[in-house]
Design a protein around this ligand. Structure first.
Ligand SMILES: Nc1ncnc2c1ncn2[C@@H]1O[C@H](COP(=O)(O)OP(=O)(O)O)[C@@H](O)[C@H]1O
Ligand SMILES: [Mg+2]
Length: 399
């Protein structure tokens, strides 16, 4: 069975499509059964699946603008949100179609994360109830009818209904890929938001820790847009020419988010435009390159801090961090991260070394999750989301 995983993250930069081939009706549910084969050492591992191809399709500038506006707005027009839902359905379908054609692959099933417009993982008072809520848009029915195959979408609500935060969901794949008998590993994704999955040596699924560490590229992108009118800091070049404002970093790390004990989730609500304003005013009138360097350092420092505070306190056997997401391409950020980790005895590696290109990992994850759902198997990791029980994730649209 070939499953197309489709991801578009909080950066709203575009659509990632991964075409993943699953061999037979095999045991793809290590998290619940916990009994998959022990594996040691590095090297590529595809478990029971193989990544056939991966492509990225940038959103047209005005679509990106519309998405960011809907995410950031205090209020938005219901009509526009409905339109965006159907428009994204069309764009996701086009992306899968193009990817499948380019690589001459016939897709049997799609797993589409959709575009998060709002995520509030912690229950909050609303009209007399306390509710955790989330909203991913991009109509599954449209994708399904355009492609003529079933589509699994809307993965997060089932976990939240079971008392979880609905995120992170990628730990299911991280555990499958990176669990090792001898060493602990941390999978670190640096998208708009940065999140980690920590898998101690020889871990059972219940021992997996996962949470959002804080901003990934979101603040860096925000600063680049504001100060240099560019969407991101390519290869971290601008940051490499600036100096880090230490007093700003110290002050920012006092923010209550960084002190919250995991599980915890973050989004544009936490590190979006309002945070950017505060950040810029804290930096004050300094060299603009220093502002980019400082935003970059905040990501690296908050990851290092999170590892020291919430990961290494539980176990000292972590030896590797495996990075994925667009932030892996930011060389300055990776250099800063390496400097954070080396005193902790943790080496920096990249998901490419494990057969998954850094930019493809989340899309692969949603192919894997859709495959689980298709077989009616749960795929949340309750220790990661805080859910009270395992849940089959997503809703299925039949063509
Ligand atoms: N060559 C690059 N140099 C520096 N940063 C990059 C590069 N390519 C991508 N990025 C960063 O990665 C971000 C996209 O990462 P991605 O993993 O797609 O995040 P998301 O899941 O939030 O969409 C971009 O907004 C940009 O900040
Ligand atoms: Mg993206």
């Amino acid at each position: 069975m070939i499953v197309a995983g489709v991801m578009s993250g909080t950066s709203a930069d575009g659509i990632n499509v991964a075409l993943v081939k699953f061999e037979g009706e095999t045991d793809a549910s290590p998290v619940l059964r916990g009994g998959h084969k022990n594996r040691t050492g590095g090297g590529p591992r595809h478990c029971n699946f193989t990544l056939l191809a991966h492509d990225e399709y940038a959103f047209p500038a005005r679509v990106r603008r519309a998405i960011l506006q809907s995410m950031n707005a205090e209020s938005a027009s219901v009509a526009d949100l409905a339109r965006l839902n159907f428009l994204l359905g069309e764009l996701y379908a086009n992306a899968v179609m193009r990817c499948a054609r380019t690589h001459r692959v016939e897709v049997d099933l799609v797993g589409c994360h959709g575009q998060t417009l709002y995520h509030q993982g912690t229950p909050t008072a609303y009209l007399g109830r306390k509710l955790a809520v989330t909203w991913q848009t991009g109509e599954g029915a449209v994708i399904s009818v355009r492609l003529g195959v079933p589509v699994v979408s809307d993965f997060r609500p089932a976990d939240m209904a079971a008392g979880g935060k609905g995120a992170p969901l990628v730990p299911f794949l991280d555990y499958t890929l990176y669990r090792d008998r001898k060493i602990g590993r941390i999978a670190q994704n640096v998208g708009g938001i940065a999140n980690l999955t920590a898998i101690p040596a020889n871990a059972t699924p219940q021992q997996v820790i996962a949470f959002d560490t804080g901003p990934g590229n979101m603040l860096i992108d925000g600063v680049m847009d504001e100060v240099f009118s560019r969407p991101y800091d390519r290869h971290g070049y601008v940051a490499s020419t600036g100096k880090v404002l230490e007093h700003v970093i110290r002050k920012l790390l006092r923010n209550s988010f960084f002190h919250q004990t995991p599980p915890r989730t973050a989004g544009r609500e936490d590190f979006g435009p309002e945070y950017l304003r505060q950040f810029l005013s804290l930096c004050g009138a300094v060299n603009q390159r220093d502002i980019v360097a400082t935003a970059t350092a905040l990501t690296a420092r908050s990851i290092g801090d999170a590892v020291r505070r919430f990961v290494q306190t539980k176990s000292k056997d972590y030896r590797e961090m495996i990075v994925s997401g667009g932030g892996a391409k930011n060389r300055t950020l990776m250099e800063m991260l390496r400097n954070e980790l080396s005193p902790l005895g943790i080496a920096l590696r990249f998901s490419d070394e494990f057969g998954i290109p850094t930019e493809a990992k989340e899309a692969v994850a949603f192919a894997v999750l859709a495959h689980e759902t298709w077989h009616r198997r749960p795929s949340n990791v309750p220790s990661a989301t805080g859910a009270k029980r395992a849940a089959v994730l997503g809703k299925i649209s039949y063509a």
